[in-house]
Design a protein around this ligand. Structure first.
Ligand SMILES: [Zn+2]
Length: 150
């Protein structure tokens, strides 16, 4: 799932759960639940494509904007919402070495860590048509966050 939707989900968890001892692990867990839902992508070969790099930059930029909105508007529990948003997004950082290797044209390691294999395997439906799910997910969470935070 896009970083934007992971961040929106994490922020929602932070604002609703409010107990950090529950919200923080739940935000982290939400990443893998969201990745198991059909979402946008074109399989694992897209990591080398230029459009993916551009999308990634925009996606990260939107996450920064989301954090900025919470930091500016400061609804109750805004800081926990930002931390949960970061935590919910953070597992995708494990793809970074993979991304860098692909961008440099270096072959992948033959030995893939178990957690990375799990992270890839749960994303059973990562196709262009998954963009519809991403759009509905984003609209739903933006609506809920607006209703809660305003
Ligand atoms: Zn992921």
């Amino acid at each position: 799932m896009t970083a934007t939707n992971h961040a929106l989900t994490g922020a929602f968890i932070g604002l609703v759960i409010i107990n950090p001892l529950i919200a923080l692990p739940l935000a982290l867990l939400s990443h893998f639940v969201c990745d198991a839902i059909p979402h946008f992508g074109s399989g694992h070969d897209h990591i080398e494509a230029n459009w993916f790099k551009r999308l990634l930059i925009v996606d990260i930029g939107v996450c920064v904007v989301i954090a900025g909105v919470f930091a500016t508007a400061r609804p109750e529990h805004w800081f926990l919402a930002i931390v949960c948003a970061v935590l919910a997004t953070s597992p995708d950082a494990m793809w970074l070495p993979h991304f860098i290797r692909a961008r440099r044209g270096v072959s992948f390691k033959s030995e893939v860590p178990l957690l990375l294999r799990f992270h890839g395997a749960i994303q059973w439906f990562e196709r262009p048509s998954g963009a519809a799910v991403e759009i509905v997910w984003a609209a739903a969470f933006i609506t809920m966050l607006t209703l809660i935070a305003v």
